[in-house]
Ligand binder design. Structure first.
Ligand SMILES: NC(=O)c1ccc[n+]([C@@H]2O[C@H](COP(=O)([O-])OP(=O)(O)OC[C@H]3O[C@@H](n4cnc5c(N)ncnc54)[C@H](O)[C@@H]3O)[C@@H](O)[C@H]2O)c1
Length: 229
């Protein structure tokens, strides 16, 4: 099966009702990202950071995968599909996608502040005083600004094997994720679906300047009907 790599950002979940942050002047749900998504923010006000992610985790229970998440699942009928997402929601998994890498962590996981490899599943609120087995505070398992991206190596490896790349709903401003497309083989087709697409000037770049639900449907239909081994 041909390998498709799909790189998604906050825009793929926008129609499920989860806000992106570039569309709100760099604020994430009204917050300065450095206050709620950086190690400095955590040191300054743990309670604020925990509350921010608690709200995001609660919101996740209210939202559903949208047509774009679901259409990506259909691609697996004919292709080997790997999704690399910058999103911390679980909407790709809930739509049924099999291979999802979360570059920036997941809302429904938390980790020890003593041992970063100690990661636990977490459904509800995380509060001050919730401790790991080493009696250290638990924190959201989110990659904050300025932190290493542990899944990057794996993401590069997968991207380098792509025969088709699809990029959806990302402003490509957050590195190193934004640099991933530079690791593809030369000359592979790259589809970019975003109402405000942030790339140009690349060979075989096919841009759909549309919402994810509309653009992903078109690309998936095209790829399913033109399938060649
Ligand atoms: N759902 C989530 O998990 C979520 C939500 C907000 C922010 N974040 C985090 O914020 C960072 C933001 O970087 P980013 O590039 O992913 O997001 P971003 O907010 O920087 O950019 C969002 C992009 O989505 C596009 N967009 C808006 N509505 C769309 C729609 N209906 N269909 C398709 N595209 C649409 C915008 O034009 C923009 O290019 C990521 O690291 C991510 O972890 C995650």
């Amino acid at each position: 099966m041909k390998k498709i790599v799909v790189l998604t950002g906050a825009g793929v979940s926008a129609e499920s009702g989860i806000s992106t942050f570039r569309d709100a002047d760099g604020l994430w749900e009204g917050h300065d990202v450095m206050e709620v998504a950086s190690p400095q923010g955590w040191e300054q006000d743990r309670k604020k950071v925990l509350e921010f992610y608690n709200l995001r985790r609660r919101q996740l229970k209210e939202v559903q995968p949208n047509a774009a998440h679901k259409a990506l699942r259909e691609l697996e009928e004919k292709y080997e599909v790997h999704i690399i997402t910058q999103n911390v929601d679980d909407l790709h998994e809930r739509a049924g996608s099999s291979n999802v890498i979360h570059l920036h962590g997941q809302l429904k996981k938390v980790r020890s502040t003593f041992d970063e490899k100690l990661v636990l599943d977490w459904e509800d609120d995380l509060n001050e005083g919730d401790l790991c087995e080493h009696l250290s505070q638990l924190r959201p398992d989110i990659v904050w600004f300025g932190e290493e991206v542990p899944m990057m190596e794996r993401a590069i490896e997968i991207t380098a094997q792509a025969e088709i790349l699809i990029i959806i709903g990302t402003s490509l401003q957050v590195y190193p994720a934004a640099g991933l497309m530079d690791y593809t083989r030369r000359g592979i087709p790259v589809y970019f679906i975003d109402p405000k697409p942030a790339v140009s000037g690349r060979d075989r770049l096919i841009v759909y300047a549309e919402k994810a639900s509309v653009g992903v449907r078109k690309v998936v239909d095209e790829l399913l009907s033109s399938y060649q081994t």
